[in-house]
Design a protein around this ligand. Sequence first.
Ligand code: ACO
Length: 378
Amino acid sequence: MAAYEYRAGLEGVPATQSSISFVDGKSGILEYRGIAIDQLASQSTFLETAYLLIWGALPSRQELAAFEGEIQRHRRLKYRIRDMMKCFPESGHPMDALQACAAALGLFYSKRAIDDPAYMQEAVVRLLAKVPTMVAAFQLMRNGNDPVQPRDDLGYAANFLYMLNEKEPDPFSAHIFDVCLTLHAEHTINASTFSAMVTASTLTDPYAVIASAVGTLAGPLHGGAAEEVVGMLERIGSVENVRPFVDRCIEQKQKIMGFGHRVYKVKDPRATILQNLAEQLFDRSGQDEYYAIAVELEKVVGEKMSYKGIYPNVDFYSGLVYRKLGIPTDLYTPVFAISRTAGWLAHWKEQLGENRIFRPTQIYTGLHEVPYTAMDDR
Ligand code: ACO
């Protein structure tokens, strides 16, 4: 590549070196620290995977127990954060609420020596512990209810579903949700992770890093797609309507949500695992009215667009799983953020290990030597 060749969206331009995760978009391979995603999804837990991503190796039994215990002890929120949330408009998007709360944590846990290992450990624990509590608290408070306190006897995934629905989930639902968190925990240098890395490179505090990443994840071309998928399936309404819907999208050059990926040119391996989980969940707790539409949509898009490498991405089936677990549609992206906090923190730590502030260049396309026009002459 020539020194100043411009690539829109930095497509294919290496912006960092990283040993956290690996994607082979042609073969549909995703690895976290070298371990295949399907092995982690079937054998690990979200917190163990978070430990792997952040600290670089699988924990021993004692290390995992200590990590889980620390996270459990830091799940509660300061009452002032809850009071702040009370002032948020009920109609506000939960991603905006989460971004504000993540940034606010920096007010309470002020910055110390940023690369002090004890400070890093504390920040990792606090963020992983408190992000789910903030998401669940906002959900209850916007409906006029007091937030539900976390329960120490429940694991990470079960406790979130409990705080959200005020009801202890059955172990299978908690397990499925835990796997969903593992699947979304990390995905190389995507937009929100890049945003986290750029923010981290200024040596600001980790709460600002996560707040910045949350803001980036919120967009419909990134984390917001799962929410859009369910809306799209609702609008399609029936299996018979799928083909005309796809034809219309192609004709009007409209994107079909939950399909396509900058890196994957085959079916996203996470979508395959999620589809399987969705089927298991529906077998146990009843079918979902939109699942047949989703399967038909995958088939028709496959027929018409696979030549362009357009296949389902991670967000295509995740919404259907979340729906079954009683998670409201506009919480799908905050749930993604709960999980991706692990990956963002891993990149924050890696960035600080060999930091150089991000400062790319640009190709200027504007004018030069333009004379200033006085107000009356414009
Ligand atoms: N539906 C229809 N056509 C599509 C889709 C889609 N979902 N995605 C890509 N295409 C087509 C484009 O129209 C374009 O066609 P053309 O070459 O004939 O003009 C071609 O495929 C390339 O598309 P780009 O948008 O240039 O691909 P890019 O790599 O920039 O975009 C993205 C990737 C943003 C994910 C895109 O596929 C998209 O918008 N998908 C829908 C939103 C979505 O599901 N996002 C979630 C991504 S996963 C995640 O962030 C966790």
